[in-house]
Structures are given as structure tokens and as C-alpha cells.
Design a protein around this ligand. Structure first.
Ligand code: GTP
Ligand code: MG
Length: 174
């Protein structure tokens, strides 16, 4: 790799966690295929997709993404996916305080059972629904700060901040 001393090819296992319906699968679909599905079906078990991005220093990062099922009946499966993950993206819906509480549950679970050097992001999705907002951005910011997480609000529908989410994660990899 002469002449480009910074260039690397990284492979990163990433897991998405969060309540059913917050938009995890839509975030992944937007990131990987550039599409939005208003009739997105609930995920059963988990689904796997991968996507590679290039950073400015010509490093490439291949995200191996485990999109978990948020329905309560699948909660016991989550450790299979977050164990060994380098990155956890915990998603809530800005119109749903319940989903913000659930996000905090997942953060605690990751702190207890995830790998000690895991990179965690807190994502407030459905930012396009600002008229229905019930979780102030400030609450997300403060919770993320307290827990050493990166915070961002996204919209899988409008694509707002979706690429930025993954770029910011890539920058924070050890
Ligand atoms: P589980 O698979 O059950 O855990 O749910 P999920 O988190 O994967 O939710 P999913 O991505 O399937 O999205 C649920 C619903 O929210 C769908 O009707 C989506 O169209 C809608 N949705 C997802 N993201 C957004 C968004 O950014 N804005 C709006 N307005 N709707 C969204
Ligand atoms: Mg899903």
C-alpha cells in the first residue's frame, strides 16, 4: 500500500437494537439501497445486510449489519447479535417516549453484556414527524452524553442524516 499510508480496509460488525416500529429496517434499507418502504414489515428474528463506505483518507469500511427484531418475543435473541459487535446503534422514534425508554434499556443491556470497547450510537428516528415529536432532542443529547454515546436524529423517510450516521460511526472506530 505504498504511498497511501493511511488507507485501510476495515470490516465492522454492527447491530441495530430498539423497539418494534422505530424504523431500524428502514434505516438499513435507506443506507444500503437508497430506498424507503412505507409498508415495511416487522422483522422476524433478524436480518443481515452489508454495505461498504469510503472515507476521505481512502479507508474503506464494510459494515456487516445485523438488523434485529424489536418485538418483545424476540428479545432473548438479541445477545446472539450484539455479542462480538464492534458497533451498536440503538434506535428510538422521536414521537414515542416508550421507545426512548426502551432505548435506555438496550443501552444498559449493552453496558452489562456487550463488548467493553463497543462504539454506541443513539439514534432518534422519524425526525420528519416534527409535529408529532414527544421526545425533545435535548433529552437524547443528554442521555447520549452521559453514556459516552454518539447522538443523531435521522429520517429514513427523507434520508436526512442516514449517511452521516454511518460516517460518524466510521470515524469513531478504534
Ligand atoms: P421491527 O422490525 O418490528 O423491530 O421494527 P423496525 O424498527 O424495523 O421498524 P420498520 O423499519 O419496519 O418501520 C416501522 C414503520 O415506521 C414503517 O411503517 C415505516 O414506514 C415507518 N418509518 C420508518 N422510518 C421512518 C421515518 O424516518 N419517518 C417516518 N415518517 N416513518 C418511518
Ligand atoms: Mg425491522
Amino acid at each position: 500500500n505504498a504511498g497511501s499510508s493511511d488507507a485501510k480496509n476495515l470490516r465492522v460488525k454492527l447491530v441495530l437494537l430498539g423497539d418494534s416500529g422505530v424504523g431500524k429496517s428502514c434505516i438499513v434499507l435507506r443506507f444500503v439501497r437508497g430506498q424507503f418502504d412505507p409498508t415495511s414489515k416487522v422483522t422476524v428474528g433478524a436480518s443481515f445486510l452489508s454495505q461498504t463506505i469510503a472515507l476521505q483518507d481512502s479507508t474503506t469500511v464494510k459494515f456487516e449489519i445485523w438488523d434485529t427484531a424489536g418485538q418483545e418475543r424476540y428479545a432473548a435473541l438479541a445477545p446472539l447479535y450484539y455479542r462480538g459487535a464492534a458497533v451498536a446503534v440503538v434506535v428510538y422514534d422521536i414521537t414515542s417516549p416508550d421507545s426512548f425508554n426502551k432505548a435506555q434499556y438496550w443501552v444498559k443491556e449493552l453496558q452489562k453484556h456487550g463488548s467493553p470497547d463497543i462504539v454506541m450510537a443513539l439514534v432518534g428516528n422519524k425526525a420528519d414527524l416534527h409535529e408529532k415529536r414527544e421526545v425533545p432532542a435535548q433529552d437524547g443529547i443528554e442521555y447520549a452524553e452521559k453514556n459516552g454515546m454518539f447522538f443523531i436524529e435521522t429520517s429514513a423517510k427523507t434520508a436526512d442524516n442516514i449517511n452521516q450516521l454511518f460516517e460518524e460511526i466510521a470515524k469513531r472506530l478504534p
